[in-house]
Design a protein around this ligand. Sequence first.
Ligand code: S3P
Length: 443
Amino acid sequence: MNNTNLSTQFIAHPSGPLRGILRVPGDKSISHRAIMLGALANGTTQVSGFLEGEDTLATLTAFRAMGVHIEGPQLGQVILHGVGLHGLQPPRTPLYLGNSGTSMRLLAGLMAGQSFAVEMTGDSSLSRRPMRRVTEPLTRMGALIETTPQGTPPLKIKGGQGLQGIDYYLPVASAQVKSALLLAGLYASGLTCITEPAPTRDHTERLLTGFGYPIQRNGSKVCLAGGGQLQATSIDVPADISSAAFFIVGASIATGSEVLLEHVGINPTRTGIITILRQMGADIRLQNEREMGGEPVADILVLTSSLHGISIPVEQVPLAIDEFPVLFIAAACAQGETRLTGAEELRVKESDRIQVMAKGLQTLGIDAQPTRDGMVISGGKMHGGVIQSYGDHRIAMAFTIASLGASDQIIIEDCANVATSFPNFVHLAQQAGIDIQLKVTGN
Ligand code: S3P
C-alpha cells in the first residue's frame, strides 16, 4: 500500500538509444484471474510468472482473507490450495482493493454468488470509478449490491441470493464486465450468456477452459452453465504486453535502438498496440511465436523507425485500451496528425486519460486537442516540463518514455502507483538506457 505522506517523482532526462534483452513483469489480467480461479478450484494450482504488483497482490490478499491458503509469491511463483467453488469463508473486514478496478469488478461477480456478505473498498481513484456497469447486470441475475448514490465504491454485496443465468448484451466493450458476469455465472442456475459489441480480452474464457470448465463461444457470444467444478492446473503467466508497450514505443522513437522483449503475451485481443504502431511505420518483429498454457507468446524485436500520424482504426481501440497513454507519446513524436475516436472509455480509467494526457502533452509544447471520445495530436518538438500524473501508473510511465523524444528534462509527479502494475519499471528502464531517477520525499 502506498504511503500517502511520501511523494514519488520520476526525473527523466533526454537519453537513449534503448538496447538489450528485457523481460517485463507478468501479465496483470492473467495474474488476477489465475489467483481467482486457482483459489476456487479443486486441488493445488501452481502459477509461475505471476505479477507481484500492488493490484494483483490486492486480489491475492482478498482470497487469503477468505480463508484460502496461498504460498508465495516468491520470484513469481504462487501455489494456491484451492477450496472449491463453495469453500470460501466470510472475511472479517472489508476487502481493500487499492487502485485495482479489475479486482473490484471481477470480485463483484464472484462475491455475488457466495453465501455470505462482503464489502469492497478502494483508494481515492478506485472510489471514483463506475461500478453500475457490473452491479446492474448482476442485480438482474438476482444479486443484492449497494453502491454509493453515484454508482461508485464501496460495494456492499449481501450474498446468500440464488443467482439465475442471463443473456446479456454488453453496452460497453469491457472485459471486466464480461468476466464479472461469467464468474457470477459459475454460481447461477441455467446458462449465462454475454454478447460483446466488439472483441475484448478473453483471458477469463481461456483460463476457464484451462481449469476444465465447459464454455461455449459462438462469434461474439460466450456462454457457460452454472453448477460445474474447476480442476486445478498449472499456469505460466507471459510477460505483460501492456508493460512491454512502454519499451516498444521507446525503442521506436529513440534513434539507434534495438530491443528484444522476451516471452510477451500476444493474445490477439491485446495486440492493438502492435497493429497501430505498425500502421504508423514502426519496425516490430515477432520471433519464436509459441503457445504456453492456452495463451500465444512471442519475443518482440523493436528497431527504431520514423513514425507518421494515422487515424487509429476504431476497431483497434478495445484491443489497445490500456496502451493509449504511450501511444499518444508515439503520436507526439510522429510526423503529421494522429486522430483517435471511439475511446470514451479512457475517461474512466485510473484517471481521465484523455484529459490528463492532453494536458501533459500541451505542457511539453505539443498540439494535443482532447475530444469527447479521443484526441487529435500533431507531432512536433517536445520540450521539458513538469507533468502531473494524477497517480495513474500508465500516465507516469508514458511521460518517462516521452523524455526520449524531448529536448529537456521531464519531471513527473505522483508516480508511486507505478508499483500497481510494473514494480521494477525504474530499474528496467535504466537498464534499457533511459536516464530516469526516482525521487521520494516526505511532505
Ligand atoms: C482488464 C480490462 C480492461 C483494462 C484493464 C484490465 C481486465 O478494462 O483496461 O486494465 O483485466 O479485464 P475494461 O474492461 O474496463 O475495458
